[in-house]
Ligand binder design. Structure first.
Ligand code: SF4
Length: 390
């Protein structure tokens, strides 16, 4: 049995309302499936584990809106994890929550199931920005949700904010950042809005109701947040993530260290045992597929939609693109060479030299890291590290 400790991502594909910018795998008309879906997640775990209790150190319930699941469902799912995996006693167990969907009884009940970290989708404190995003809460609801989380003993929580929102200014963004800091979160994730094809927001852009986002303003907003958060004692440990010391998101660190994680539930992605895979997206199809008898074997379930063995070129590209996201840690050059039998310099040669020359990455103390200039141009840097073959 492998001793690699896994992370588990469990996707909850239900929301009460679809927000204008959202292209996540979520459904507003399938709330009645929630109880059945919880049981299907447990069935999927049993298929994937195949009777081998592999160690697990983080669990992340993402969505959709996981906080629409009843505490009893969360209990059944987590009991399923404990039955099929060797869950560490100090495992980080995160649940994404929408501020308007929780109350004290709910948060107390889920904390008793083993949830010990929350991630609240705040997005903005400005009413007009929340209205444009079609978020149904206001900031007062966020304040209440955070107070109730604390009362329930859930003191470790992330707040998400979005910049680059049409109509948002540098001042309104600063107001959102400074206001959420008053709630003293242990972790903050700041995302730049992307207007995805097929979303209402894309239609509004095309018909002129909103103006296209201004990338220069978004860069200024990011830079301002970097300054404010560091002044407030947050460590900027990943391109879009800041944490109080010791409060980094262990689950996401697995992704950024290019580690093994299992994706369970409709539309989830996984990366384990040298494979990448995706689960079918539609929840009804997911439920049906799990009734099929023979699972393909670890790490796949009968609900897998696509999978492939990770090639050497893909593994190298993945290592570069995930680990460079970690701003302090970066990529360990000796570990890279031990794993792939060639150094980063041997593989990337002049590409690496050019990126160093342009001041986008730097080599120091045996590690390769993005420079501050590189934070702003990370996608271009990652693009240069993608390999078709090696
Ligand atoms: S709450 Fe999140 S997942 Fe649900 S529709 Fe809004 S953005 Fe999408």
């Amino acid at each position: 049995m492998s001793n690699i400790s896994l992370s588990l991502y469990l996707h909850i594909p239900f929301c009460k309302h679809r927000c204008a910018y959202c292209d996540f795998n979520t459904y507003t008309s399938l709330l009645d499936l929630r109880e059945t879906y919880a049981d299907a997640l447990v069935a999927e775990m049993a298929q994937v584990a195949g009777g081998v209790r592999r160690p697990v150190h983080t669990i992340f319930f993402g969505g959709g809106t996981p906080s629409l699941m009843s505490p009893a469902s969360m209990q059944r799912i987590l009991d399923g994890v404990r039955a099929n995996f060797d869950l560490a006693a100090d495992a980080e167990v995160t649940m994404e929550a929408n501020p308007g969907t929780v109350d004290l009884d709910y948060l107390t009940a889920v904390s008793q199931t083993g949830i010990n970290r929350l991630s609240f989708g705040v997005q903005s404190v400005i009413p007009s920005e929340l209205a444009l995003l079609e978020r149904t809460h206001d900031f007062g609801t966020v304040v209440e949700a955070v107070q109730m989380a604390r009362q329930a003993g859930l003191n470790n929580f992330n707040l998400d904010l979005i910049y680059g929102v049409p109509g948002q200014t540098l001042n309104s963004w600063e107001q959102s950042v400074r206001t959420v800091l008053d709630l003293d979160p242990t972790h903050l994730s700041l995302y730049c809005l992307t207007i995805e094809p097929g979303t209402p927001m894309q239609r509004w852009l095309l018909n002129g109701r909103i103006q296209p986002p201004d990338p220069d303003l978004a860069a200024d907003q990011y830079e301002l947040a970097c300054t404010i958060l560091v002044e407030h004692g947050y460590d900027h440990y990943e391109i879009s993530n800041w944490a109080k010391p010791g409060k980094e998101c262990e689950h996401n660190l697995t992704y950024w260290r290019n580690g093994d994680y299992l994706g369970l539930g409709a539309g989830a992605h996984g990366h384990a045992a040298g494979m990448r895979y995706q689960i079918v997206k539609q929840p009804r199809v997911y439920l049906r597929r799990l009734e099929e008898a023979a699972a393909p074997g670890y790490p796949l379930s009968t609900a897998v939609a696509a999978s492939h063995a990770v090639s050497r070129a893909e593994a190298i590209s993945d290592a570069m693109m995930t680990q460079l996201r970690l701003l302090n840690e970066g990529l360990d050059l000796a570990a890279f060479e031990a794993k792939f039998g060639q150094s980063v310099a041997e593989i990337y040669g002049s590409t690496l030299a050019q990126l160093v020359d342009w001041g986008l990455v730097a080599l120091a103390n045996g590690r390769l890291r993005l420079t501050q200039k590189g934070w702003f141009l990370s996608n271009q840097v990652f693009y240069r590290f993608m390999l078709d073959e090696v």
